[in-house]
Design a binder for this molecule. Structure first.
Ligand SMILES: C[S@@+](CC[C@H](N)C(=O)[O-])C[C@H]1O[C@@H](n2cnc3c(N)ncnc32)[C@H](O)[C@@H]1O
Length: 229
């Protein structure tokens, strides 16, 4: 992945929030997600739990961190926090690990959806959770692959006080905001952003390509709320 300015914009036949979004999100709220977590994610989660209980500091989660630029950025700007960078790709996590890692940063290869569920089950709470440029899955038929239409979305809302999502696809952010409102009854804040310094590799690439970028922010910790099981 290079950060040149020739990325293609997201193309989708969807011109607005998916018609099935509300029913999908509400169905997930009523049901239990039966798939057992991947073994490697369980082990990675144990590593995070052990490390962060030995050296207690506030936690920040960077899900889908890719090659880790955003995690390094967060580690530098929050020296008193633990930063946990999670990605499912061994290749990307290896690239991140091969750099000089500060003491407050841990990279793990894990499935983020399983990780969020394990964290919610263990009541592990992050001060902030960042989702920088998740894969948009822009085909209408791919709705269920988007984070906000995944069964683990409700877990995601239980594991952090503050949640930040960025995307170059406006509809993705609008859907995420709508899903957040369907689940919590609260409204977050969606804005168009103009970063002076790119926080991640994809942000750098999208800025160089001149794309509009969007952000959703909310206070997300749903203490005491049902997670459907
Ligand atoms: C478009 S890239 C964005 C990477 C980085 N956040 C950035 O802004 O440069 C999306 C990343 O999400 C990761 N990803 C996708 N599905 C995932 C999952 N289920 N669990 C963990 N990581 C996932 C991919 O491996 C990829 O690195």
């Amino acid at each position: 992945m290079t950060a040149d300015g020739n990325s293609r914009p997201v193309f989708s036949k969807q011109s607005m929030i998916h018609d099935h979004l509300e029913s999908v999100v509400k169905r997930h709220l009523r049901s239990y997600y039966l798939k057992p977590p991947f073994e490697h994610t369980k082990l990675a989660f144990m590593r995070v739990s052990e490390l962060t209980s030995v050296q207690q500091k506030p936690l920040i989660l960077d899900s889908g961190c890719g090659t880790g630029e955003s995690s390094f950025h967060l580690a530098a700007s929050h020296p008193d926090h633990w930063i946990i960078g999670v990605d499912k790709s061994a290749v990307r996590i290896d690239k991140a690990i091969n750099k000089k890692i500060p003491d407050n940063l841990l990279f793990i290869r894990a499935d983020q959806f399983d990780f969020w569920r394990l964290a919610a089950d263990a009541n592990l709470v992050f001060e902030s959770h960042f989702l920088f440029y998740p894969n948009p899955w822009p085909k209408k038929s791919h709705l269920m692959r988007r984070i906000h239409a995944h069964p683990a979305f409700k877990d995601l809302l239980h594991i952090s006080h503050n949640l930040v999502l960025r995307s170059n696809w406006r509809i993705y952010v609008e859907e995420f905001a709508a899903a957040f409102e369907f689940v919590t009854g609260s409204v977050g804040e969606m804005t168009q952003i103009h970063p002076q310094v790119a926080v991640s590799l994809f942000e750098k690439k999208f800025l160089a390509s001149g794309f509009d970028l969007y952000e959703f922010r909310c206070c997300s910790k749903m203490q005491g709320c049902e997670r459907g099981h």
